[in-house]
Design a protein around this ligand. Structure first.
Ligand code: ZN
Length: 652
């Protein structure tokens, strides 16, 4: 075993997550591929093996069709597993497996349905996640939320619940788990021009907030929330082409922080520009309104199938419209009204529309503005706020409103508040905002809030201080085996002895840090698993840590493992394993990070406290066994475990 320094992979694969655009599957990681953060790769057809950044490799296999992604320098947290995707016409399952540990490679295998079009599949990375995209859609039955908030509400209102894709998770002992979905982040990666406008493209789902206009209408700016920008587009200005209008309008793109992008339009009569979102939610077309209105977007436009209107107990009013096909739309404000233009809508179903209006006092007008365009007009002056939610296939749009409270607040423009990183609320005028935005300081969070909402602002979090352990903590240390039960044996070395030696050093080190340490055994005695569990449960400690040495018939296997079983133990496992397998102490011992595993071991399943079981090396491997018996290695293991425990306790 030459010292390859392969102890610890830089990147840990945690899980798969489906985002709310329903087009992206994230293989979620922890740790960074250090280069190329936020770099988006150009979509690649799946037919060839292609090396992406950071040497991620993708290729396809036929019969059955599979798309394989190999992630180097990565370990898989938890067991190898298969996710069965139930509500997808594209994907049958995703397997995650530790393909090899030396070198560390995690393999994700996407088993596809027969008719899946491989050219629509692509792989991206944003530094911490590997992102698999299939456009049009991977999952079929969910709602995508998009926000448009005319009063500048920051867009965290109702409707932004986490929803879950129905996905079965097959694991050794678990029949079902839900793969979480999270709110889409949009990754803006491309700008192109055509004869009559600018097209912004990316992945995820684009959503824009209310535009603010300068009084002379020569400038408009609006935010793309929850959006990351590829760095080469930052601070770029583009002319907005027009074949019919005589205009010099431009668009400037600025990154405000890692989650916010600002778009600024400059030119004459800038209110004449529209921001049209494509039916797949992936791109934004910026163009003069005359071009939008005079252009036929579809020769076979959509029709409205039905409407639904509702008032909720919390004074929200909802209108939902359902179309027979995906629509393209834009939202803008003018003359105290909010306008929703659906640009490929042939018939807005007048009769159903009027029926809906009689069931609610929501004041909405519908107006056919050209053969394939319908405008919905909402009197925004009477509203406290409004936003639009659009299903990810753009076959339904839900408008959500809330009326102004009975006592009319001031009619003034919303105030602008800056929450600065110095922990002081500051009220600052627009110019100051722009100056601050120009600085693009990640720590400055610019939030636009109407004045009446001010009391709801949360104080910004203090800069993270090093947490300290406030009260005396209780830790149970369980040296595995003992007495008649020797545990694994290799070359005359007994596991029970190694376990006890290391456990005692951990005890000593923790006690020096003012931790109460309870040992299940301090000498070579026989204890049942129940004894250990009962001991811990009676003490009600903060954590339970069982120390073991591993063994297998494959004599060349070596390395470090951490096991947990219950969800309450996951953080403990991660934090301790990180110190243990990636900390400085064990680097010199030429061992290997084998990862964090979810394992139904008796002691970590039946203890009530967060519980982990550490396998500190393989007694069955000759070289590792020799090192495990060395005092220095025992000290280093104990140091790592102690540091991990202290680190975890600081978070509690
Ligand atoms: Zn053991």
């Amino acid at each position: 075993m030459a010292g390859q320094g392969a102890l610890c992979a830089d990147f840990r694969i945690e899980d798969i997550v489906i985002d709310s655009s329903d087009r992206l599957i994230f293989i979620k990681g922890k740790g960074n591929y250090k280069e190329n953060l936020q770099t988006i790769e150009v979509p690649t057809p799946g037919s060839d093996s292609i090396r992406l950044i950071n040497n991620i490799t993708t290729f396809t296999i036929t019969a059955p069709a599979r798309y394989v992604v190999d992630i180097p320098n990565a370990t898989l947290n938890g067991p190898n597993r298969t996710y069965k995707i139930q509500n997808s016409t594209v994907l049958q399952s995703v397997q995650l497996a530790q393909f090899s540990t030396n070198p560390h490679i995690v393999r994700a295998v996407f088993t596809l349905n027969k008719n899946t079009d491989l050219t629509k599949l692509s792989t991206h990375t944003n530094g911490t996640n590997i992102i698999i995209k299939y456009s049009p859609k991977i999952i079929d039955n969910s709602i995508q939320y998009k926000f448009y908030t005319p009063t500048g509400d920051s867009g965290t209102g109702s409707g932004l619940q986490n929803t879950s894709a129905i996905v079965t998770y097959n694991n050794t002992n678990e029949s079902k788990a839900i793969v979480p979905r999270f709110q889409t982040r949009y990754y803006l990666s491309q700008v192109s021009q055509n004869t009559d406008g600018l097209i912004l493209r990316g992945i995820g789902n684009i959503a824009y907030q209310r535009a603010t206009y300068s009084p002379d209408n020569t400038q408009a700016s609006f935010l793309l929330d929850n959006t990351s920008l590829i760095s080469k587009l930052d601070n770029k200005t583009y002319k907005i082409p027009s074949s019919q209008e005589n205009t010099d309008a431009t668009l400037t793109i600025n990154k405000i922080n890692s989650k916010k992008v600002k778009l600024t339009l400059n030119g004459n009569n800038i209110r004449d520009y529209r921001f049209v979102i494509s039916p797949d939610g992936q791109s934004l077309f910026i163009s003069h309104r005359n071009f939008i209105i005079n252009t036929i977007f579809s020769t076979n436009p959509a029709i409205v199938n039905s409407y639904k209107a509702q008032k909720t107990s919390t004074d929200y009013k909802l209108i939902e419209m359902f179309f027979d096909k995906s629509v393209t739309y834009d939202i803008f404000e003018m003359n105290d009204n909010l306008y929703l233009d659906v640009n490929n809508l042939g018939d807005y179903n007048l009769q159903a529309f009027e029926e809906m209006l009689t069931t609610t006092d929501i004041k909405v007008q519908a107006l056919k503005i050209s053969s394939d365009k319908t405008r919905f007009i909402i009197p925004a002056k009477e509203l406290n706020f409004a936003y639009a939610n659009v299903e990810s296939n753009a076959k339904s749009i839900k408008l959500v409103f809330k009326d102004k409270p009975p006592i009319a607040p001031s009619e003034k423009e919303p105030e602008i508040i800056i929450i600065a990183n110095n922990n002081q609320d500051k009220k600052i005028d627009i110019k100051t905002v722009e100056k601050l935005e120009d600085k693009k300081n990640d720590n400055i969070n610019v939030i636009y809030i109407p004045k009446q909402e001010i009391p709801k602002i949360e104080k910004p979090k203090k800069p993270k201080e090093k947490p300290t352990i406030s009260a005396m903590k209780k830790v149970v240390i369980d040296p595995g085996h003992g007495g008649a039960d020797s545990g694994a044996i290799g070359g005359g070395v007994y596991e029970k002895d190694l376990n006890l030696d290391v456990a005692k050093i951990v005890q000593e080190k923790l006690m020096k840090k003012n931790i109460y340490v309870y040992m299940t055994r301090t000498k070579d005695e026989t204890l049942s698993l129940e004894d250990r569990v009962n001991y811990s449960n009676e003490l009600n400690p903060d954590i339970y840590v069982s120390i073991h040495t591993n063994s297998t018939v494959k004599e060349d296997t070596y390395g470090l493992e951490t096991h947990y079983f219950k969800d309450n133990s996951y953080d403990l496992a991660q934090i301790v394993h990180n110190e243990f397998a990636c900390g400085k102490n064990l680097r010199k011992w030429d061992t290997l990070d084998r990862g964090v595993f979810k394992s139904r071991f008796y002691v970590i399943n039946h203890t009530e406290a967060p519980a982990i079981l550490i396998e500190m090396g393989f007694i069955s491997n000759l070289e590792e066994r020799n090192r495990l018996t060395k005092k220095g290695r025992k000290e280093d293991i104990a140091d790592s475990i102690t540091e991990g425990i202290l680190e975890y306790l600081k978070t509690k």
